[in-house]
Design a protein around this ligand. Sequence first.
Ligand SMILES: Nc1ncnc2c1ncn2[C@@H]1O[C@H](COP(=O)(O)OP(=O)(O)OP(=O)(O)O)[C@@H](O)[C@H]1O
Ligand SMILES: [Mg+2]
Length: 304
Amino acid sequence: MSTAAIDLTSVRKSYGDKIVIDGLSFTVAPGECFGLLGPNGAGKSTIARMLLGIAPLDAGKIKVLGEPVPARIRLARARIGVVPQFDNLDLEFTVRESLLVFGRYFSMSARDVEAVTPSLLEFARLEDKANARIADLSGGMKRRLTLARALINNPQLLVMDEPTTGLDPHARHLIWERLRSLLARGKTILLTTHFMEEAERLCDRVCVLEEGRKIAEGRPHALIQEKIGCHVIEIYGGNPHELRTLIRPYAQHIEVSGETLFCYAPDPEQVRVQLLGRTGLRLLQRPPNLEDVFLRLTGREMEK
Ligand SMILES: Nc1ncnc2c1ncn2[C@@H]1O[C@H](COP(=O)(O)OP(=O)(O)OP(=O)(O)O)[C@@H](O)[C@H]1O
Ligand SMILES: [Mg+2]
């Protein structure tokens, strides 16, 4: 018997003749925070939808909270909170009404919903918006309401598709803190994100996808060590392609992304010496992070 919160085995899915999930397997343990990372179109939302039985799979097996999906997902749904990538709030309702309506999906009485409403509003820092119309909320406030709403049924598992997209930095830090406290209370979280800092801070493990295939999986810090493992110098200004030729002998690896050149070097001093006296360049030396791993794994302009 599987004790995993989420278990995917060799899952495949196509839309028309396009394969969007290509033999994907991963397991999320109870209490774990698991991050799905990958470029736009990699298949993250498709996986989130398949886990919830919204999008059918073509082949493979999925179990969520011990229930096979899609056959018995309805039994698990009462223990799952969902944050879709795009808010699907009914703009005509007030914040309080929207929680009442949502609670009904979980057979909650008005009294039950009213009992949890203050804590949900506090979660989202929307205490003073209880009677505001959703149409009058800002984009970030709507996102915070969607996050709070996902907790209405005190779920054991949260499936969150880009939970903090559209939030200002304060709100993002607030939500990170709230998600960490949910994890401390033993909840399981599967999240997708494009914020590598978010994944690095929150996730016990991440899975990096590209075109529906897993290209890396592991603990953020282990991946950073394994895939990068040396200092990073970001170089702005100048012609990245000319600079690349100059510093290539001293770099373990170089990545050009937009107007920034990322130089991965065991001895950054050697690189700095090459650039001495060049005007208009800005250099930032820093430890490697998960964004470097992402750029390296999914980079189009990879240069050994
Ligand atoms: N309903 C659909 N019909 C046809 N193709 C679809 C459908 N939904 C998704 N796709 C395709 O499946 C692929 C994966 O899409 P998905 O939304 O899962 O990506 P994602 O990783 O969530 O991307 P993003 O980071 O942009 O949210 C894309 O090529 C997309 O065009
Ligand atoms: Mg998506």
